[in-house]
Design a protein around this ligand. Structure first.
Ligand code: NAD
Ligand code: ZN
Length: 365
């Protein structure tokens, strides 16, 4: 079992990465002393896959468990679902020592973390991420939220979990598309912070796609460690340091929004395109060497992620990008790569450059 510390004073916690973490979690959670009665927030499909393993493990750790099933889609991140779960928790919570477990991907992690943040002004919670994306990204760092009609993640908090238990074997039941989804974020970490991770991805692409455990363990551990240090540097996302993790996300979010957050583009797919567009902008500005920009594009292609936008209109993407919440008083701020392993925050990128880069990556435009 590999352990990565997230050092945040009295909010510090460990990320445990390994195979079989789920089976052994009862004893681990017992020793954490965060409560005796677990409320597990999960969805029906995940309950069917892993509910009994978790229940047995908790029982072995002499912890009780009750399961709250929520919808298996982004719709779960709504105030309606949050309030109904909160009502059930409160009626159950008599003479109990309640803590919350998020068993699922980013949707469930964000929702369960949000519920934990507001129930009794803060109830301990645990992340058991079940998607690759959640293991390397959303389960770490304490950003929890639900969506409003007008925008995603508009209502939320910074509320850190007490532990993150990443069981690599859970990834096996994920679809290939969901694996690639997570790989996009891992490629991002390579570009932003870690040339060795990027090289490892280049050299072990096939093994990773075949879910070879050693390679998976390496890329998940490296990515988790990077996320942990960035969160340590800027827990509340105010110093502009955590912003580097938004590399590829400005145009990525615009692509997601233009597609109406449909199944057409998963987050990681939109992110892949966003990273390519940003590297083209960097290239035009002379910030990055052509060779590095090409390495990025090649890796994204080899993983099976898109580099070009298909089936969307230029105007929809362009308009959506103007609504990015990272814009400050109408001035844009883009994270642009300067080489593999390093990015830079650039303000006031000429609008014409952004337009040109989107157009260049539009298929059949
Ligand atoms: N809090 C953060 O810092 C942060 C960061 C990135 C993303 N997010 C949020 O994360 C969400 C996306 O998360 P996601 O990509 O994990 O998607 P997701 O949670 O929607 O999960 C994707 C699908 O995979 C299924 N699934 C999950 N684990 C599985 C497993 N082990 N086996 C088989 N199927 C499994 C789910 O049931 C679901 O249908 C978005 O809401 C996004 O806003 C949050
Ligand atoms: Zn992302």
């Amino acid at each position: 079992l590999k352990s990565i510390r997230v050092s945040l004073k009295d909010r510090s916690y460990n990320i445990l990465i390994g195979r079989g973490t789920l089976k052994g979690c009862g004893h681990i959670l017992r020793r954490l002393k965060i409560g005796r009665d677990a409320i597990v927030i999960t969805s029906k499909p995940l309950f069917n896959l892993y509910g009994n393993t978790l229940k047995d493990s908790l029982r072995k750790g002499r912890l009780t468990s009750t399961f709250e099933l929520v919808p298996d889609s982004e719709r779960a991140k709504s105030y309606k679902v949050a309030i109904s779960v909160l009502n059930r928790i409160s009626s159950y919570d008599t003479k109990k020592q309640v803590f919350i477990i998020a068993l699922g991907g980013g949707v469930i992690g964000d929702l369960a973390g949000f519920i934990a943040a507001i129930y009794k002004r803060g109830t301990p919670y645990v992340q058991i991420p079940t998607t690759l994306l959640a293991q390397v990204d959303s389960a770490i760092g304490g950003k929890v939220a639900i969506n409003l009609e007008v925008a995603k993640n508009l209502v939320g908090a910074f509320y850190q979990p007490r532990i993150v238990l990443s069981d690599i074997s859970l990834i096996r039941t994920l679809s290939k598309r969901q694996i690639r989804n997570g790989l996009a974020e891992i490629i991002k970490y390579g570009v932003v912070r870690d040339p060795r991770l990027f090289e490892f991805l280049e050299n072990n692409c096939e093994k990773i796609l075949a879910l070879e455990p050693k390679s998976l363990e390496f890329i998940i551990s490296r990515s988790s460690a990077i996320k942990a240090t960035v969160v340590e540097d800027d827990e509340f996302d105010i110093k502009g340091l955590r912003a580097i993790l938004n590399y590829g996300h400005t145009i990525g979010h615009a692509v997601e929004a233009a597609s109406g957050y449909s199944k057409q583009y998963h987050h990681g797919e939109a992110l892949a395109i966003g990273m390519v567009v940003a590297s083209h902008i960097a290239s035009t500005l002379g910030l990055i060497k052509l060779n590095d920009a090409q390495r990025l594009e090649k890796l994204i292609e080899r993983v099976g992620l898109p580099t070009k936008i298909a089936g969307l209109k230029f105007n929809d993407i362009y308009e959506a990008h103007l609504h990015d919440k990272k814009f400050i008083r109408g001035r844009n701020r883009l994270v642009l790569p300067t080489r593999i392993g390093s990015v830079k925050l650039v303000q006031d990128v000429p609008d014409s450059l952004i337009r040109a880069a989107i157009k260049k990556n539009l298929r059949n435009a």
